[in-house]
Design a binder for this molecule. Structure first.
Ligand SMILES: Cc1ncc(COP(=O)(O)O)c(C=O)c1O
Length: 280
C-alpha cells in the first residue's frame, strides 16, 4: 500500500479521499508531477516544482501552496512512507465543487502519493525496449503536464498490444515524444531530439541528459526528426523520471535500430545519470 497526502491529511492510498465532485475526477481539471526520490532525496525537485507552477499558471490554477510548503509536505510524506527510494506523484486540481465547466470559487485540491520505485529489471534494461509509431492525437499544449491523458493512454495501450513498451508519437511527419517520455535518436555521434515547444513536455530527465551530454562533449541537437530518420538511426532512446535513460532497439514491425542492441551513447548517458542520482 502506498502512503498518500490529501488536502492536509496523510492517509493510505486506498482510503476514500476524493469526493465525486472533485474536478480532477469530473473533468481531469488539474496538473501533476512525478518526482523520483533517491535515497530520501528528491531528484531535481526545484525543476519539478518550477514546471508544476508553470503548468498550473497555464491553466489559471492557484495551487494554494508555495514551493517551500510543497517541499515540506514532500519531505514529510517521504519520511512517513518509510521508503528511501520512491516515486512521488503530486496532483493539483481546481478543487471540489458541484459540476459546472466554469471555474469554481473554491480552493485547489492538492494530493500526493509515495510509491516504491517501479524498478525495471536489469535484463530488460540491458536488452532495450520496443516502440510503436503512433499518430500524436493530443492537443497543442503538450508542455502543460495536464491530468488529461486519454490520447497518451490509448496510444500506450495500442503499443502494449503490439508488444511494445512505449508509443512514439508523430505529428505532421515529425516525431514529437513518447506517451510518457521524451524521444531521442543518435546519428554520427550526435544526439537529436525535438526542440522545446508547445508540442512536447519539457522533460526534467531531458534537462539532465542535456547537461550530461554537455559534460561528455556529445553534441545535443534540438531538431525534430522523421520516423524514417529514427528507423535509420545509429541508436535511439527515451527518457523519463521513471524509466531514466532507456535504449530503444526495435519497432513494432520487428525492424531493428541498427543491430538491435543498446548503443554506447545511451549507455554512457545512463551510467552518468546513475552517478548523478547516487545509484552507484
Ligand atoms: C508526455 C511526456 N513527455 C515526457 C515525459 C518525461 O518527463 P520527465 O523526464 O520530467 O519525467 C513525460 C513524463 O511523464 C511525459 O508524460
Amino acid at each position: 500500500m502506498a502512503l498518500a497526502y490529501c488536502n492536509g491529511s496523510f492517509i493510505q492510498s486506498d482510503e476514500p479521499a476524493v469526493p465525486i465532485d472533485e474536478r480532477g475526477h469530473q473533468f481531469g481539471d488539474g496538473v501533476y508531477e512525478v518526482i523520483r526520490v533517491y535515497q530520501g532525496r528528491p531528484f531535481m525537485l526545484d525543476e519539478h516544482l518550477d514546471r508544476l507552477f508553470k503548468s498550473a499558471a497555464a491553466i489559471r490554477l492557484e495551487i494554494g501552496h508555495d514551493g517551500e510548503s510543497l517541499k515540506r509536505i514532500i519531505g514529510e510524506l517521504t519520511q512517513k512512507s518509510g521508503l528511501s527510494d520512491l516515486d512521488l506523484y503530486v496532483q493539483a486540481t481546481r478543487g471540489i465543487a458541484p459540476r459546472n465547466h466554469l471555474f469554481p470559487a473554491c480552493p485547489a485540491s492538492v494530493s500526493m502519493t509515495a510509491k516504491p520505485f517501479r524498478e525495471i529489471p536489469a535484463d530488460a534494461r540491458a536488452a532495450g525496449i520496443s516502440v510503436m509509431l503512433h499518430p500524436d492525437e493530443r492537443w497543442l499544449n503538450c508542455w502543460i503536464k495536464s491530468l488529461n491523458l486519454l490520447p497518451n493512454i490509448l496510444a500506450k495501450q495500442a503499443a502494449s498490444e503490439r508488444g511494445c513498451l512505449e508509443a512514439v508519437l508523430v505529428r505532421d511527419g515529425q516525431v514529437t515524444e513518447g506517451t510518457s517520455s521524451n524521444v531521442y535518436m543518435v546519428k554520427d555521434g550526435a544526439i537529436r531530439t525535438a526542440p522545446l515547444s508547445n508540442q512536447i513536455l519539457a522533460g526534467i530527465t531531458r534537462m539532465a541528459v542535456q547537461r550530461i551530454a554537455h559534460e561528455l562533449r556529445i553534441p545535443f541537437i534540438e531538431q525534430s526528426f522523421t520516423p524514417e530518420e529514427l528507423r535509420q538511426a545509429d541508436e535511439a532512446f527515451i527518457t523519463s523520471t521513471t524509466t531514466e535513460v532507456m535504449p530503444v532497439v526495435r519497432f513494432e514491425d520487428g525492424s531493428l535500430v541498427r543491430d538491435g542492441k543498446p548503443g554506447p551513447v545511451a549507455r554512457a548517458l545512463y551510467e552518468r545519470f546513475r552517478a548523478m542520482t547516487g545509484q552507484d
